[in-house]
Design a binder for this molecule. Sequence first.
Ligand SMILES: [Zn+2]
Length: 445
Amino acid sequence: MMKLKPEILAHPNIPKPLHGISPRTIMGTARWNETRQDVYSKYGYICIACGTPKKEVKGENKWLEAHEFYDINYKTGVVKIQSIEPLCPYCHGFIHSGRLEALLDKGEIEKEIAFAILEHGFSILSKAKLKCFPGTYEFAQSIGADTFKVKPYIVIDKIPWGKWRLIYEGDEYYSKFSSYDEWEKFYSFNKGGSMTLQRKPAAARPPASARPSAGTERPATSVVIPQNAKSKPVLVIGKSGTGKTRAIVGLNPKETFLVNVIGKDLPIKGWRKNYTPYINGKGNMLISDDYSTITSVLENLKNRKEIKYVVIDDFQYLMANEFMRRSYEKGYDKFTDIGRHAWDLLWLANTLGNGRIVFFLVHSDTNDLGEEKVKTIGKLLDEKICVEGMFTIVLNSVINKGTYNFATQNSGKNTTKSPEGMFESNLIPNDLGFVAKAIYKFDNE
Ligand SMILES: [Zn+2]
């Protein structure tokens, strides 16, 4: 019998700034799945904290979960992974007591189950004569769960929000939220889901201080991008047939990665030669409407320094296709999921680094008030997420006197916007290369 490690149950909650950042999100789904399977097998398919074999674990799901065991330094704000451990859903739920509390608050977990998880963990800590994380103790006290006489240890956390960082494989990962408020906004939107359904958060974004440094003006196709500059999402919205996809022609294909959501042909001469299918890390056009595929491919792009532009065309089909696939599902959860997936991808666009520009091309729809907005899948999704709200640059593709243009300023009936002075006029050429150049110039001069 493997020596058990009940002390894992004393693991602190992950500091909030680092939520959504972990080796599993950094290594990507495929490698993580391999890693955790290795862990389960290495320990003989038992929970290493309580010793329960996989088939006999408490709860509905008879499976094991892999927990990233961290060394959390409250003096320096540095978090490092120490090991990956196999846990039963109850032990795992106990460790993530902050999440358990959130689920309970939102009524997404039965009170009896929350109690059972807490008592499961406390009884093991009690037998092993160990202390617990203070947050877990307070939570248990607040709802009147039995703590089996386990006492909390003391944590003094005076690390400022932006100083917390995860160090993994030599790289530093800072919070993807600029403040507690942003964190709260994000997690109040992303309702917890079931205990064992981990959402897959976007990867870390560089510290807010990382901004493009000054550079000389060059054509968009050979812009020098500071390595540490934050990436930037740009929304291009317009009615069908106004030349959104055609605007890709202004980007150098060698520096561009295209996510072709519905696999459509491009209205660009020579496109088959310039946009080759993405296979095993090569090629610059991914045909997929699957979020997890898109997410892991985009995360891999971080290693492809030559890629400066990412184009997602058409973004609304990502939402619409998921909606169609799930049309048989009753209830409203699917709208939360669809909104959350879109939100995650938008977050990811902020974290690709190297000053990359991520263009989201999306069809527009005119509402009852005559306003032109992103075409989503309707009100139930719009209540969850305001796509335009997540961008500082929203361009509108229009046909003006027979020419294709982008409008850069609000017409009063749409959501178009751009920072003052970024573009010289309201109507600019329908050309993503032109747009990229103007953005770099604005950010760097
Ligand atoms: Zn267990």
